[in-house]
Design a protein around this ligand. Structure first.
Ligand code: PLP
Length: 482
């Protein structure tokens, strides 16, 4: 890396990115390219000689940008947002700039130590009990995704149970519980650690509990499994489910998991960030009964992809499961056991210096601005919710808790269409194909729901107002033609 060409070329890329953000609202939010569009534009052969950066940036502009769905657009209201910020970007730059591989403490002490400090900071922002913090008796780690975190905690829970049961032959007895609203990543993770798919219990939810998991139903499922000779292992409770933002009753579920000695994990991937605001922290009440909790700052905490915080009360259970000790990595510090070797807290060996970006995000914004970030989205969501309420053709499907609004055209308005599902599907299609905004959908309690997730860094009130106008315009056209 030559510092002079690095400075010049990175300036060109930074200017390019700044220009992209300057113009981001001009692009259709959702890409409309056809599958395979890119291979038709690029040659099959690889270049033999180096190419100028200008040519490459021209191709990014002409060929790559048309194939992007613009997640950073202020008109992006789909899925859950992936926040970006200058602070997050600067952290990513430093991470790439140093490009260290902090698999154990000695391989880059600052990478490990900053990560431990930042996990304690973040844990304190969420008012986690000290049993989850290094300052107490637990600890935390940064993963790339909730899925990786889920695989690791499931492996820890599995190995603890198998040790107690007397060996691997008992793996087919282990049962994992979640709700039918739990992110599918937990089913994938359970399968990856060898839990038979038939031992994954999906507890049914309904409108009556606003799609939160019923502790009584969990208890009854556990009791049935015990009667059948199975071993209940793990329950995933979600704080802010993906389809509707539902919150499982952590304290009640915690009582059940404590009684039956299950591992309780809290998935707060999306809504965890909101708990830095005192008025929303109550959603995590009962967290002291959990064994582990994860949340994704890359969703709603101004931290560029990828960044998932995982805290665990008994880190030794994680390291018992994931430690490897090859000769090539042996060193005095690890042997002393006075350091954290994060390779033993994750799947891969190599790891990025992700802590830098979360550390810079927290320092550059401060708690005050981070809370403002969350609250402003919640205020905009309330405004959007009021728009839906006022228009008698629409209805809210579930009460809003965070900045996700779930709504639909009422079945009456949809007249002949089956339960309104088909018409709402057409409405989503009409909104998204306009290129002016992007929303997504879910099915909850058998009902097709339109999801409006307000949370990109650039979204302001006028974008929300424009979205509502667009929805009304497209709904009107569909209702007339219906
Ligand atoms: N859990 C919840 C509640 C989510 O909303 C998501 C993604 O949106 C995930 C887990 C998956 O997260 P990841 O992509 O980090 O694995």
């Amino acid at each position: 890396l030559d510092p002079v060409s690095f400075t010049n070329e990175s300036k060109a890329v930074i200017d390019f990115i700044a220009d992209y953000y300057e113009n981001i609202e001009k692009y259709p939010v959702q890409s409309s390219v056809e599958p395979g569009y890119l291979s038709a534009r690029f040659p099959d052969s690889v270049p033999y000689c180096p190419e100028p950066l200008e040519d490459i940036l021209k191709d990014v502009n002409d060929c790559i940008i048309p194939g992007l769905t613009h997640w950073q657009s202020p008109n992006f209201f789909a899925y859950f947002q992936a926040n970006a910020s200058t602070a997050g970007f600067l952290g990513e730059m430093l991470c790439s700039g140093f490009n260290v591989v902090g698999f154990n403490w000695i391989s880059s002490p600052a990478a490990t130590e900053l990560e431990s400090i930042v996990l304690d900071w973040m844990g304190k922002l969420l008012k986690l009990p000290s049993s989850f913090l290094f300052a107490g008796t637990g600890g935390g780690v940064l993963h790339g995704s909730t899925c990786e975190a889920a695989v690791c905690v499931l492996a820890a829970a599995r190995d603890k149970a198998l040790k107690e049961l007397g060996g691997w032959e008992h793996i087919t007895k282990l049962v994992v519980y979640a709700s039918d609203q739990t992110h599918f990543t937990f089913q994938k993770a359970a399968k990856l650690v060898g839990i038979p798919p038939s031992n994954f219990r999906l507890i049914e939810t309904s409108f009556s509990t606003e799609f939160s998991m019923s502790p009584e139903m969990v208890r009854s499922a556990i009791e049935d499994d015990i009667k059948s000779g199975l071993v209940p292992l793990f329950l995933c409770a979600t704080m802010g489910t993906t389809p509707t933002g539902a919150v499982d009753p952590i304290a009640e579920l915690g009582k059940v998991t404590t009684e039956f000695k299950l591992w309780l994990h809290i998935d707060a991937a999306y809504a965890g960030s909101a708990c830095i605001c005192p008025e929303l922290r109550h959603y995590l009440d009962g967290v002291e009964l959990a064994n582990s909790i994860s949340m994704n700052p890359h969703k709603w905490f101004l931290t560029n992809m990828d960044c998932c915080c995982l805290w665990i009360k008994e880190p030794n259970l994680l390291t018992d499961s994931l430690t490897s000790d090859p000769e090539i990595l042996r060193n005095k510090a690890s042997k002393s056991r006075a350091v954290v070797d994060y390779k033993d807290w994750q799947i891969a060996l190599s790891r990025r210096f992700r802590a830098l970006k979360l550390w810079i995000v927290i320092r550059r914004h401060g708690l005050a601005n981070l809370m403002y970030h969350i609250r402003s989205h919640i205020e905009m969501a309330k405004r959007f919710e009021a728009f839906v309420r006022k228009d008698e053709r629409f209805e809210l499907v579930v009460p809003r808790k965070f900045a996700l609004v779930c709504f639909r055209l009422k079945p009456e308005a949809a007249a002949a269409e089956e339960e309104g599902g088909e018409l709402n599907r057409k409405l989503v299609e009409a909104i998204n194909s306009s290129g002016r905004a992007l929303v997504s959908h879910a099915v909850a309690g058998g009902i097709y729901v339109i999801r409006c997730a307000i949370g990109t860094t650039l979204t302001q009130q006028h974008h929300v107002d424009a979205l509502w106008k667009l929805i009304q315009e497209k709904a009107q056209a569909l209702l007339i033609n219906n």
